[in-house]
Design a protein around this ligand. Sequence first.
Ligand code: GUN
Length: 281
Amino acid sequence: MADILDGKLIRDQILAELAPRVAALSGAGRRPQLAVVLVGNNAASEVYVRNKIAACEKTGIESRKITPEATLSTEALLALIDSLNRDPAVSGILVQLPLPPQIDASRVLDAIDPDKDVDGFHPLNAGKLLAGAPGLRPCTPSGVMQLLLRYRIPIEGRKAVIVGRSDIVGKPMAILLLAANATVTICHSRTSNVAEECRRADILVAAIGRAEMIGEDHIKPGAVVIDVGMNRVEGRLTGDVEPAAMRRLASAYTPVPGGVGPLTIAMLLSNTVQAAEGSHR
Ligand code: GUN
């Protein structure tokens, strides 16, 4: 029987550890505050933002939701970011993606003060991650690391295979696993035999964004499988891995929902507290 890696359990541990730090900051008149910018009305983004704000409230972090019209220009959004950068009450800034097509997303993300970049998407933070220097880390991959560490899953010397090379998940996941001394392979759409690569994995991370693309022929018996997928199929949330294949072959795996998703939010709050403390530097 495969063990279930319970993201909600680890999230609750992380949030419980944050609570006294939030209280200490608040007591010193520096209550952490997360500013969330949600442009337009993308239905999925609205759900994600609602969950992020609810988690802030549970943890005592102040949140500010800013919802400009979908027709906003890049310049107007840059002016908003500038005002949040300058506002000393704001500890963290999150611009929910995707942005409407008329907006130059990389100019916007590059404009966020790297010390308030709680998504860890700024090129300076990406460079610090690559260099192994302290900095704010992308939330989903750092949540996966917390899950592996807290479940005491050995990483050093193990073969980790990541499917997906996005800037938000796949690439930073590879760097974090490498820093933990895994031997890392990244598979992508041009990889010649994805299943064969995956079958070498002691730790398999699926971050493709295609419902149940990873099946029995991708999983080595006894592997740990981390499913980062969040696909909506006929209204139902589905991962990138077939659940039956994980149950049959994996030694442990993350379910969808209830696996990686809750950790992404926990790490966002952790980054917000670090930004408020200045402890990420
Ligand atoms: N859209 C989907 N995932 C994310 C995320 O982690 N951060 C932001 N800002 N937008 C997203």
